[in-house]
Design a protein around this ligand. Structure first.
Ligand SMILES: [Zn+2]
Length: 198
């Protein structure tokens, strides 16, 4: 199954969002008619649609669009995948890095597809824990591998800019399946993602 990338914005959704964002700006005490803010509702409407475009995309289809038969059984790691998402509690960004590994069982996928899957689930309203598990499940179900591991390290603006103002805290989440549930394999993976190779 093919997937398509959407850079176009739905006109009806854009204009409804614009109205609501204009109201929100006024409710927050600003003048939405002043020069610098006139186009802000439209920019917000488009930015938010862009940042949530992951809802319309099937992550499994991405992985299956580049699924190749290959007899390798070594661990494949894609580390330091840039990640930008939005917390579903405050709709504020969280950002960081994802490290993903799998051990093939007859099938591999393109390395860039793994990064695309991270994007698809990041561009939704998320919690970091669910994001971690969704990436793992997509790989598990599409490639039927012997094992999958996902580690995400992220900083949450809702923690940094408001409330407790914990500027330097990084949240780490992980999910493991199959071979990675064994201590030995998991520690090899953890060692490889912590190693500074560059
Ligand atoms: Zn939050």
């Amino acid at each position: 199954m093919a997937y398509k990338r959407t850079e176009k914005f739905d006109e009806e959704i854009t204009s409804s969002l614009m109205k609501k964002y204009k109201e929100s700006i006024a409710l927050l005490g600003e003048d939405p008619e002043r020069e610098g803010l006139q186009k802000t509702p439209e920019r917000m409407a488009k930015a938010m649609q862009y940042l949530t475009q992951g809802y319309g995309i099937d992550a499994r289809a991405i992985l299956e669009s580049a699924k190749f038969h290959e007899e390798v059984s070594e661990m494949i790691i894609v580390k330091d995948i840039e990640l930008y998402s939005m917390c579903e509690h405050h709709m504020l960004p969280f950002y960081g890095k994802a490290h993903v590994a799998y051990i093939p069982n007859g099938y591999i996928t393109g390395l860039s597809k793994i990064a695309r899957v991270v994007d698809v689930y990041s561009r939704r309203l998320q919690v970091q824990e669910r994001l971690t598990h969704q990436i793992l499940s997509a790989i598990k179900e599409s490639l039927n591998p012997l094992g999958v591991a996902v580690v995400i390290e992220a900083s949450h603006l809702c923690m940094m800019m408001r409330g407790v103002s914990k500027q330097n805290s990084v949240t780490t989440t992980s999910a493991f399946f199959g071979e990675f549930e064994k201590n030995e394999t998991r520690s090899e993976f953890m060692k490889l993602i912590s190693a500074k190779l560059h």
